[in-house]
Design a protein around this ligand. Sequence first.
Ligand code: SF4
Ligand code: SF4
Length: 199
Amino acid sequence: MKRTAASPPKMGFRDWIGWMFFVDLLHGLRLTLSYLFSPSITLQYPDREKWIPYPRFRGHHYLRSDSDGTTRCVACELCARICPCHCITVVPHTAADGERRPQVFDIDLARCLFCGLCEDACPVEAIALGQNYEFSQYTPAALRADLDQLASMPGKVDRGGYVVAARLEAGTRISPTGSTEEGRHWWQQIRGMRVKRDE
Ligand code: SF4
Ligand code: SF4
């Protein structure tokens, strides 16, 4: 008889052996036990170390510009339309060169879900979510990012997934401080994880 798409997959001999002897459970327990005897790892953030996320991380938004410094955004408002939180405000205008550009472009980061839908919807790849996660503020109003702020935010780095040395600059912000070796040292102790190096 022909199997329909809804039929459960047929179990083979290896599947039956694995099911009878709880092989998956034993694999899980082995992993748990291996971590029990691994050294404890604590990231000394923000005083000494700082995690650089992978490029797929969705952090603070930024707006891309062309080589002449003109924003790529054509103020089509698609990002504002698709945003599930309605936290993007775009007011278009006609620039001196006759092109449609944003006169106002605000994102209320206090309401943003960091879902990335605005990045997906943008037809000219003007908006993107970068790797910066250090933008906490004391008031919700201060979390409203305007056009200038978004244009000046750093873009994605081409790689991530490592730790850099960092230090607390009292009253201002955390920033990397040159050498990355100190931060990488403990990270490489984590079992089974490989970290790419800058050679
Ligand atoms: S990441 Fe999601 S919630 Fe945040 S501004 Fe973009 S679409 Fe809206
Ligand atoms: S960022 Fe992209 S989607 Fe949003 S208004 Fe500008 S061009 Fe349109």
